[in-house]
Design a binder for this molecule. Structure first.
Ligand code: PTJ
Length: 256
């Protein structure tokens, strides 16, 4: 922790997270552009009030249902995700049985190793996407994200892609996979292309999906499938935008 941050600072938590990301950028875990992406996320988090809105509970439950009922679920891990909530990702993988695969936009051997060691420190036992010799390609994806593990994302039926950058979500959906996104920006291409879009901070959403998955698991697979069948992501998208709009109107009405 830096000497610049007093514990009673009103933005303590937010600045603490920033400092963590800067530290992780120094360790090659977070890409330089990941710091910019974080800033965009912070702006949207402000808009939603830095808490999980009620309208996101349904997408969170649908994500949990999708992961526990999938044949081959995979959680895609990038630099920001590994820096922000490695333990929560490991816990989600443990509860749902989803594999953890490192998949990067700014891909390099150094970053894969750095992210693997953060995930291992957080308790990950097996990580996919780390072996350069064991690699498949998804030609529909233009970026380095096309390099996937043949035992992971390539054959997955359900993929969780937190903090994503658009093109991959579209390609994975076209391949017939169910794609779950966690993105604070409901207007991003990722959010709009996904099968299930969660407008929340990854630090809150991942533990919430785990909690929901643990609860749904006790109700059995059929119940999870029924919940998924009834889920409507277009409705969730409209509710997310309405939530932001209503919140801003309320704040405007209250004055400063
Ligand atoms: O680690 P790499 O190489 O795979 O690169 C990761 C980044 C994040 C740099 C890459 O995926 C990227 O450029 O992403 P974008 O296009 O900037 O999109 C990131 C999205 O995540 C934006 O829509 C942000 O609003 C959103 N976001 C940022 N921080 C959070 C977030 N969403 C949820 N929780 C956050 N903490």
């Amino acid at each position: 922790m830096s000497d610049f941050l007093p514990a009673d600072h009103p933005r303590y938590e937010s600045i603490h997270i920033r400092e963590k990301l800067v530290e992780m950028a120094g360790r090659n875990v977070v890409a330089p552009a990941g710091l910019i992406a974080h800033g965009r996320g912070e702006a949207y988090d402000y808009l939603i009030g830095e808490g999980t809105p009620d309208c996101v509970i349904e997408p969170i439950r649908a994500a949990a249902a999708a992961l526990i009922s999938a044949e081959h679920p995979v959680i895609s891990v990038n630099g920001n995700a590994a820096a922000l909530c490695p333990e929560a990702l490991v816990e989600l993988s443990r509860i749902t049985g989803a594999l953890l695969e490192i998949n990067l936009f700014y891909r390099s051997r150094e970053r894969i190793d750095a992210i693997a060691s953060v995930m291992q420190e957080a308790g990950a036992v097996r990580l996919y996407g780390t072996d350069e010799k064991k690699q498949a390609r998804i030609p529909e994806i233009g970026s380095e994200r096309k390099r996937v593990d043949p035992e992971g994302i390539l054959i997955a039926d359900t993929v969780l892609v937190p903090l994503e950058d658009g093109d991959r979500t579209e390609a994975l959906v076209k391949m017939g996979k169910r794609v779950i996104t966690i993105d604070l920006n409901p207007l991003s291409r990722t959010s709009r292309m996904a099968s299930i879009s969660i407008m929340d901070n990854i630090t809150r959403a991942v533990p919430a999906i785990s909690e929901s998955a643990a609860e749904l698991k006790s109700g059995g697979r059929d119940k999870a499938l029924e919940l998924l069948r009834l889920y409507d992501n277009n409705k969730a998208f409209a509710e997310a935008l309405n939530f932001i709009s209503a919140r801003l109107k309320k704040l405007a009405g209250e004055g400063r």
